[in-house]
Design a protein around this ligand. Structure first.
Ligand SMILES: [Fe+2]
Ligand SMILES: [Fe+2]
Length: 231
């Protein structure tokens, strides 16, 4: 993989991850009990939407330099947040997590996001225009992390730092698992793709041999067609 395609893939993945966060925060906003909490989640969600759009705009600009069929693979596909595991098949986190665990999740993930963006910042070039945009996103993530921390200190003052460390380790393991799953999926696709092509080639051949006149329903009284007919 060239450095350029590595960067494009990272941008593509991150944009979907940010979109997943935006949806999670919007779901949390809708479920908030107090207006101030709803306001906080709303602004967090808005920031994540802006981050998504920033990553896609950098991606769009950079993918002009690659072949069209390669660039097509980097289109925004909202449902990828599910298939890539950024949104759980169980639903939004706020719907099935305890509120304390949810805030801990936000607290640790914002910090993890910030450190992964540091790597992207270096990859894109800290002195470049894109690098500047990533720097702004990093500042936002730190702000989100700080907001979750404030919430903790206010509502869960007894929570120990080692408990937060535990949350962080758990999230790091989950992130690694997600990457491994993605890699395996890509590997299986490489193996099975020729098989799919061969099968569809033979199906195409069989269809040209078959006499399909029987299935022509034009000008026929449909009431006279057998109920067992496959068409
Ligand atoms: Fe973000
Ligand atoms: Fe964030």
């Amino acid at each position: 993989m060239t450095k350029q395609s590595k960067i494009l893939n990272i941008l593509y993945e991150t944009a979907h991850a940010e979109y997943g966060s935006a949806l999670e925060m919007l779901a949390a906003c809708k479920k908030s009990q107090s207006p101030s909490l709803a306001f906080g989640y709303f602004h967090h969600s808005k920031d994540e939407y802006i981050h998504t759009s920033t990553f896609f705009s950098i991606l769009a600009k950079r993918s002009q330099q690659i072949k069209t069929n390669e660039a097509r693979k980097l289109r925004f596909r909202p449902y990828f947040v599910r298939t890539k595991g950024y949104i759980s098949p169980k639903g939004f986190l706020i719907d099935f997590m305890k509120i304390k665990d949810f805030i801990a999740f936000v607290y640790t993930n914002e910090l993890l996001a910030k450190s992964s963006f540091e790597k992207i910042h270096i990859l894109l070039g800290p002195q470049t225009e894109d690098g500047e945009k990533i720097k702004q996103i990093m500042n936002d993530e730190l702000l989100h992390h700080g907001m979750a921390k404030k919430h903790f200190l206010k509502y869960y003052p007894k929570l120990q730092p080692w408990q937060l460390m535990l949350y962080k380790t758990r999230e790091q393991i989950k992130n690694k698992g997600r990457k491994l799953y993605e890699k395996n999926l890509k590997f299986l696709e490489i193996i099975f793709q020729p098989l799919y092509s061969i099968i569809s080639f033979f199906i195409g051949k069989i269809i040209t041999i078959l006499d399909l006149k029987e299935f022509n329903r034009k000008n026929k009284n449909l009431m006279e067609i057998s109920a067992r007919s496959i068409l």
